[in-house]
Design a protein around this ligand. Structure first.
Ligand code: CMP
Length: 144
């Protein structure tokens, strides 16, 4: 039984090319297989569509501005518990909280602020499918 999740390495991480191999090593170390990845550069419209569920929240514009500030990377990761495994590896949404509660997580190590938190991970099977479709529309989810 395998599961798939969508992981994003957000623009602040991708601005520092030396960090990316370290993140990929962490994925592999946690048995998260990289099945697909692509470089992405979003328009504001792309960001607003992906983050539509946050429309109206106080951080929405800041979030969309951040995610359009430069190139980033989208990954499809696979493991028996990929959704939970990747979210555990990245840690709490807020990097300052992550540094206190879970100091070895990726957001604790690399995250900057509540918005510029460096990573994304799908939070459910339904959202993973939807988010994978968003970035990889040609993938047949049944043949991942
Ligand atoms: P992500 O996991 O991609 O999902 C929504 C994003 O909104 C989140 O990462 C952060 O980048 C941002 N975000 C969530 N909560 C806050 C907050 N309280 N203040 C600012 N930005 C936030």
């Amino acid at each position: 039984q395998r599961q798939w999740t969508l992981a994003l390495l957000k623009p602040d991480i991708c601005a520092n090319a030396a960090i990316i191999p370290k993140i990929q090593q962490a994925m592999q170390h946690h048995h998260l297989d990289i099945v697909h990845y692509q470089d992405v550069l979003w328009s504001l419209d792309d960001a607003e569509r992906f983050y539509a569920e946050h429309k109206g929240k106080f951080f929405y514009q800041r979030l969309c501005g951040y995610m359009t500030s430069g190139p980033f990377q989208a990954y499809v990761l696979s493991s028996p518990n990929a959704i939970k495994d990747w979210r555990q590896l990245i840690g709490p949404t807020h990097p300052v909280r992550a540094r206190i509660m879970q100091p070895t997580t990726l957001r604790a190590l690399y995250g900057l602020t509540d918005t510029r938190n460096s990573f994304h991970g799908s939070d459910s099977i339904a959202n993973a499918q939807q988010e994978i479709q968003f970035f990889f529309p040609n993938l047949n989810l049944h043949h991942l």
